[in-house]
Structures are given as structure tokens and as C-alpha cells.
Design a protein around this ligand. Structure first.
Ligand SMILES: NC(=O)c1ccc[n+]([C@@H]2O[C@H](COP(=O)([O-])OP(=O)(O)OC[C@H]3O[C@@H](n4cnc5c(N)ncnc54)[C@H](OP(=O)(O)O)[C@@H]3O)[C@@H](O)[C@H]2O)c1
Length: 348
């Protein structure tokens, strides 16, 4: 794809030349995304936190290297990831340019639009005007001609579904995205959207929704069953409940944890005594399986055949390495599943 000299000059713009681990594809499991031709790594890396302007660039680089060196080929973004909005795409765009362009065809890069991005009526929700302008802005920040997956980020109760889906169709036809996805949709709306997209032959392949041991909306709102029936993939976000399904908060709230560094989305009151008691019960079940709680939480999602991938967040490279450990055992006995369900049910 690139001559050696271009490769060298691209890669030496950073402090050193990154060369990906040759054994990376031996370390990861790849799952087919629904009934599409695309395979995704069982673990993907999300850039909602720690990739914005308040993050440390060298740490972002190292997290991307660690991920790719271990076969994580999928990086998930959105127009509004930061803070400030757009800065995660800018920072990842810089990492791409400095280190990853030679690997572009080995990467699945996704972005989204659907939440508030700029002032006025055209920078939010699901109009054709917003989605098309937003993806153009994202491509500029990323320094790319196309993304692999473009998502509508949330259901829009006011814009006709035909208009939003029509914008996704135009985006694919214009070559700015290879596939499209829907995020935060429920089962009935997914069913309607699928009918519209199928009638236009749009490669809609994936749903992105919050799903973890303690947050199971996708089971009650019909998303999981409908997605599986329609042959679409599911990629789960916040699989660790933003860090609560790890050992992070078992002994107090660390200064470097998300609660302290960015409490906008995970506030201290979420770490209640009642929740901690449930986390400890889950931690004990994980211990009996010979796993950390984080490993068990990820494995619990991946043992489900409806699930294509889980998007982990990370604040440091070691967390990515620890989480890949989940792949060693994604089998559960009926007793283990029942014990996990009992903790969930006691909390709802
Ligand atoms: N479509 C949507 O609407 C939507 C919404 C939210 C997220 N997402 C996507 O999903 C991605 C992941 O979401 P998330 O960040 O909430 O995921 P998560 O995996 O549930 O939480 C990630 C956080 O957990 C902690 N952590 C991770 N591994 C750990 C380990 N092994 N041990 C201890 N702590 C660990 C870290 O927090 P500390 O800072 O405490 O270290 C890390 O930042 C996002 O980046 C984004 O791409 C999409």
C-alpha cells in the first residue's frame, strides 16, 4: 500500500517508529458480525474517555499500540467524544497519521452522530442535514476518506425514521462509510429501521447498546432478541459498567478512577454500599471461576451467541492486557449463570 520510504517517513514523525507485533492475530478471537461478511475482535477499544484533550497523548498512543499488538483491530469513536467534543477523533487522527496509516486496511474504525455536537437545530438528533455534515467533520478530524462503520447514535423521536435511514444510505453510497450501525435503539424501532434499510440495500450490520451483568435493558426492550433474529451483530458498550464491574472500587474510590477523574457519567453516589455488596458477591463468583471480576464480566457477555464484541474503555495499557485475559474462559456452568442472575435480580 505504501512504499518503504513513505512508510518510514510517516512512522518517524512520532518519537519512534511503531511496528505492530507479528503475532497479533494469534492472540485474539474474531466473531462474525451477525450475518455480514465482517468479523470483529471479541474485544474492541472505545475512546469515550481518556482520549480527549484532558487525556495524556503518550498514554493514548500506548493504549492503541497495546490494543493492536494484541489483535484488537476495532477502535470506536463518536463525534462528541472528548472533552472537548471532537478531540478524541482529533487525537486518534494524529495517532493514525503518525503510526497506523500503514495498517489502515487492518483496522475497523467507527464513529457516530446523534447527540448534541454544535449549536442550533442542525447539530443534534437524526436529520439528514446533521448526520451528513457531522460525518464530514469527523472524517476531517480523523484524516480519513471513509470510516468502516458509521452509527446513528440514538433514536430520534421527532425525525421520520425514513429520513435518518435515508441519510445512512446516502453516506454509504457516497463512499464515506462501508457499513452502518444503530446505537441505543430498542427492538421495535430496530425492526422498522431494518425494513427501511433492507429495502434500500444498505449494509446495516450492527447494533451498539449498553449491556453488562447489572444493566440488561437490551433483554427487556427487545433489542437483543430482535437483533439476533434479524441476523445483526451486537457490540456491547460499558461492559464493565464503567469500571464498577472490576476490583476498582472494592476498597474505596481511588484518586485515578473514573469517579474522581471524570464524574460526569459515573458519580460517587453510584458506588453505594448496596451496590458494593453486589459487586463483592460477583467478585466471589469470579474468584471461584479463577477469574478477576473484570474478566468474568466480559466473559459473561462473550459466552452469549448474540454478542459479536464488547467495547472496553481503558485508562492505561495494563487494563487492556488484563481484560484480554477474559478470552481464556468464556464458558459458564448453569450454576454459575444462576448465581450471577441472582445478584442481578436482587438489585432490580
Ligand atoms: N453508543 C453509546 O451511546 C456509547 C455510550 C458509552 C460508551 N460507548 C462506547 O463504549 C466504550 C466503552 O465504554 P466504557 O468506557 O463505559 O466501558 P467499560 O469497559 O465499562 O469501562 C471502562 C473503564 O473501566 C475501568 N477499567 C477497565 N478495565 C479495567 C480493569 N481491568 N481493571 C480495573 N478497572 C478497569 C477504567 O476506568 P478507570 O478510569 O477507573 O481506570 C476504564 O476506563 C466507549 O469508549 C465508547 O466507545 C458507547
Amino acid at each position: 500500500m505504501f512504499s518503504e520510504s513513505i512508510f518510514y517517513s510517516i512512522c518517524t514523525k512520532g518519537d519512534y517508529m511503531y511496528i505492530a507485533d507479528e503475532k497479533r492475530y494469534e492472540k485474539m478471537i474474531y466473531n462474525r458480525c451477525g450475518m455480514s461478511g465482517l468479523k470483529l475482535p471479541a474485544l474492541s477499544l472505545g475512546m469515550w474517555h481518556n482520549f480527549g484533550d484532558t487525556g495524556v497523548y503518550a498514554n493514548m498512543e500506548q493504549m492503541c499500540f497495546t490494543a493492536f499488538d494484541n489483535g484488537i483491530t476495532h477502535f470506536d469513536l463518536a463525534n462528541n467524544y472528548g472533552p472537548k467534543s471532537g478531540s478524541a477523533e482529533e487525537n486518534f487522527g494524529k495517532i493514525l497519521k503518525e503510526h497506523f496509516l500503514p495498517y489502515r486496511d487492518e483496522l475497523i474504525i467507527s464513529t457516530k452522530a446523534g447527540y448534541g455536537m454544535w449549536d442550533g437545530p442542525y447539530g443534534d438528533w437524526g436529520s439528514r442535514k446533521y448526520l451528513i455534515a457531522s460525518l464530514d467533520q469527523s472524517l476531517k478530524r480523523l484524516g480519513l476518506d471513509y470510516v468502516d462503520i458509521f452509527y446513528h447514535h440514538r433514536m430520534d423521536p421527532e425525525t421520520p425514521l425514513e429520513e435518518t435511514m435515508g441519510a445512512l444510505e446516502q453516506i454509504v453510497r457516497s463512499g464515506k462509510a462501508l457499513y452502518v450501525g444503530l446505537s441505543n435503539y430498542d427492538g421495535p424501532t430496530l425492526e422498522k429501521a431494518t425494513a427501511i434499510l433492507s429495502s434500500m440495500n444498505v449494509p446495516f450490520i450492527i447494533n451498539q447498546n449498553k449491556y453488562n451483568i447489572m444493566e440488561r435493558n437490551v433483554e427487556t426492550n427487545g433489542l437483543k432478541d430482535t437483533s439476533f433474529r434479524l441476523g445483526k451483530g451486537i457490540i456491547c458498550f460499558s461492559p464493565l459498567a464503567q469500571g464498577m464491574l472490576t476490583d476498582r472500587y472494592l476498597n474505596g474510590i481511588p484518586q485515578d478512577s473514573r469517579v474522581r477523574t471524570d464524574g460526569r457519567f459515573l458519580s460517587e453516589d453510584k458506588i453505594s454500599n448496596e451496590r458494593l455488596a453486589n459487586i463483592r458477591r460477583l467478585n466471589d463468583i469470579a474468584g471461584e471461576r479463577g477469574q478477576s471480576l473484570a474478566e468474568m464480566a466480559l466473559a459473561w457477555l462473550l459466552h452469549d451467541k448474540a454478542i459479536t464484541s464488547v467495547i472496553i474503555g481503558a485508562s492505561r495499557p495494563q487494563q487492556i492486557l488484563d481484560n484480554i485475559g477474559a478470552l481464556k474462559n468464556t464458558d459458564f456452568t448453569d450454576e454459575e449463570l444462576a448465581a450471577i442472575d441472582a445478584v442481578y435480580e436482587s438489585a432490580i
